[in-house]
Design a protein. Structure first.
Length: 82
């Protein structure tokens, strides 16, 4: 699945992700794959993840941050004035 980080509290070691389907899922610090963890502000960072059910609640697992792609800037056209 895909979604965006809403927030992550390093002290409490958990946060939330909003899925592309509009579902809000809890994510624990140990649920990030390959030791990746949010650094400082992580809101709106795109992530991919799996969903696991624990104690009857859905949670994000194996969360991976997608690399940020720099947006291309539009080229301006020069028009000659005669």
């Amino acid at each position: 699945m895909r979604g965006q980080m809403l927030w992550f509290n390093e002290t409490k070691n958990h946060g939330f992700i909003m899925t592309d389907d509009g579902e809000r899922l809890r994510v624990a610090g140990e649920s990030f794959a390959a030791g990746q963890r949010p650094q400082r502000r992580c809101a709106r960072q795109v992530v991919t993840f799996g969903v696991d059910v624990k104690d009857g609640r859905r949670r994000a697992e194996n969360v991976v941050f997608e690399p940020e792609v720099a947006q291309r800037r539009a080229r301006t056209r020069r028009r000659g004035f005669s």
